[in-house]
Design a protein around this ligand. Sequence first.
Ligand code: CAP
Ligand code: MG
Length: 425
Amino acid sequence: MVEYLDIGYEYGSNDLVAEYYAEPAKGLTLEKAAEHLAKESSIGTWTDISTMNERIATKLKPHIFEVDKKKNIVKIAYPSELFENGNMAQVYSAIAGNIFGMNAVKNLRLEDIDFPIKMIKGFKGPKFGIRGVRKLLKVKDRPLAGTIVKPKVGLNPSQHAKVAYNAWVGGLDIVKDDENLTSMKFNKFEERIIKTLELRDRAESETGERKMYMPNVTAETQTMLKRAEFVKEHGGEYVMIDILTAGWSGLQSLREADLGLVIHAHRAMHGALTRNERHGISMIALAKTARIIGVDQIHIGTAVGKMHGGTGEVKMLEIEVEEKFVPENDNQHILEQEYANLKPVFAVASGGLHPGLTAPLMDILGKNVIMQYGGGCHGHPEGTRAGAVAIRQSIDAKIKGIDVKTYARTHKELAFALKKWGYKK
Ligand code: CAP
Ligand code: MG
């Protein structure tokens, strides 16, 4: 009989620690439910088995070292021998696999994972990180501002490139493809890359600023790698990948190809995992995992909360950022904080943003954030270029410490934006 409950066990440098929120099934204590979790995510199954042996039962068993009945929190330390070096899919198949469907729990959420250094070394980690991206863009210490070409899909390559150009010359640093734009009949990947990078070069020479294009390479892995190579051959510096729909292995293949391209991680589908605070996987765990595999920037949500009031049609902001991303005691968001010698990576805030929300967002996420405005740029009454100007004006106002309403009195593009969408102090 393997004993998994080991309250007070002192985990060490050989252990991966997983923190779960768990609601035990009716008739089960939290300890009992935790034992089912520990078994099913490692060496056991629902009943005792004759094929278990002493070595497995002692060397490979995980230790449930904390059970907090008030908060329904369970912490389990797994010996790293349970995991294949450099294989993130296998790690999640173990600690985030069958257990979500077990009858022993009514709800279960993987809240956080602490990987041992020896496991982190099995992955490449971020190549550029905040410093590398800032060096590339030659932007020292303000937040980066970007847009997403809209409509999300439907434009042809020339139209797509033109929208990007207007955003760049209006002052934005970065233009990205939307998460569901890859290579369709009306917008083939290769043609879009060539045309958009041509106008990126024109925008750079006209503005004297570096401009970045983030093409979405999400696809079957071999195709993804071919597309990333195509971007590199044509002078691109960035690729974007939908990390959850492409999967951990797809992300690993892209990173381990080591093409020298900045990797932007979009988190499309995250809501299926992160939205329910009682069941699924936290964005903290997902973002940490992506950083270990090696992304340079990742979407974490918008921290300015649901929009109350404000004029005009306001898209309800996407899910607020998980509070742990912005710890009370530190003005750095969690992704820029020191973690296992991994480069700090940019947090990306996107989703329903417009110039009226820039100031509170910067208050919460600080300067190492990439703020992306899709509708909040192309929905500007005077069009994309003016939308981009308004966005930069909203950032300038914040950096100068001037209230956005006051700043708008002498900056008409910003005034138009505030009139349409309102603002939050
Ligand atoms: C934003 C966006 C982003 C989501 C991602 C969209 O467009 O392009 O993909 O915001 O959400 O498709 O909605 P808008 P998150 O600026 O027009 O909202 O960053 O929370 O993953
Ligand atoms: Mg999008």
